[in-house]
Design a protein around this ligand. Structure first.
Ligand code: SF4
Ligand code: SF4
Length: 266
């Protein structure tokens, strides 16, 4: 999680694709919510690895590979803790690298702004009533139609692989990769995601701050986090953050068990 003093635990999580047993380190002191982001993303990847193994057992092939990046033209949603963590990470970079990233985001903002989409997405981020599924789908489609590469995409590879959002980690498909060139027209077969960590982190933030659960579109994340930097000033005990996050993981898993019609094991 961080270099703060921490305690190590073993945890076990039952998922529809099997039982995950893993070691975790929880800070013993008070930390900002961003401190829990890497751990939750790792747990998300470990639970999804069980789904991938199950897919392979049932003769499916995971099509995703380095250099395949049609999906990096979709609108990626970040939970607020992830948006704050991304800003923190960019701010920690050497000035040249930071400026390079910021200017890429500025270019994306200009393209979206010229089409009026930046304004719509910014209104989405600041609204106390997030768009419903239908409105979100329309915004997603409008964005996807522009085929704008993610500001972090370089030579069709993710330039922030270790820092990439949970939503990027969770998108794996078993359909042919060429189908991803047009996800509106072509059938896509995603690998199941037992726990969406952007949802977990979003719900965690909602509970911690008693604010609506929001998702921030990636192109707006740096801008949003800069204007809401004060929100990252608060700290909570590491164990409290993790307990609350784990509670959301179980809620998501129980939904996955229901969706897959599998009985959770005790
Ligand atoms: S989701 Fe599609 S475009 Fe993205 S890496 Fe996988 S196969 Fe390639
Ligand atoms: S952060 Fe990386 S993986 Fe995610 S959309 Fe951008 S380039 Fe692709």
């Amino acid at each position: 999680m961080t270099s703060d003093p921490s305690e190590r635990f073993e945890i076990a999580i039952n998922t529809p694709a099997g039982r995950l047993t893993t070691g975790i380190e929880i800070p013993t002191g008070f930390v900002p919510v961003t401190a829990i982001v890497p751990l939750m993303r790792r747990l998300g990847e470990e639970t999804q690895a069980l789904e991938v193994a199950r897919a392979i057992e049932s003769q499916k092939v995971v099509s995703c590979a380095k250099g395949c990046a049609a999906c990096c033209r979709m609108l990626v949603p970040l939970s607020i803790p992830e948006a704050l963590a991304l800003r923190e990470w960019v701010d920690s970079l050497e000035i040249e690298e930071r400026q390079r990233i910021v200017s890429r985001f500025d270019e994306t903002k200009a393209v979206l702004g010229a089409r009026g989409l930046w304004q719509k997405l910014a209104a989405w981020c600041e609204s106390t009533e997030p768009p419903n599924d239908e409105q979100a789908e329309l915004l997603n489609r409008e964005y996807y139609a522009l085929q704008i590469a993610c500001p972090f995409l370089e030579h069709e590879c993710c330039s922030i692989y270790a820092q990439r959002p949970a939503a990027c980690r969770e998108l794996l498909v078993s359909s042919p990769p060429e189908h991803c060139a047009d996800v509106i027209q072509n059938p896509i077969e995603p690998i199941s995601v037992p726990v969406r960590m952007s949802t977990v982190l979003g719900l965690l933030w909602q509970e911690l701050t008693v604010t609506p659960a929001m998702l921030i579109p990636l192109p707006l994340a740096l801008d949003w986090a800069e204007h809401h930097q004060h929100e990252n000033g608060r700290t909570w005990k590491g164990s409290e953050l993790f307990d609350k996050a784990l509670d959301k993981v179980w809620r998501c898993l129980s939904q996955s068990f229901q969706n897959q019609s599998v009985e959770p094991k005790p």
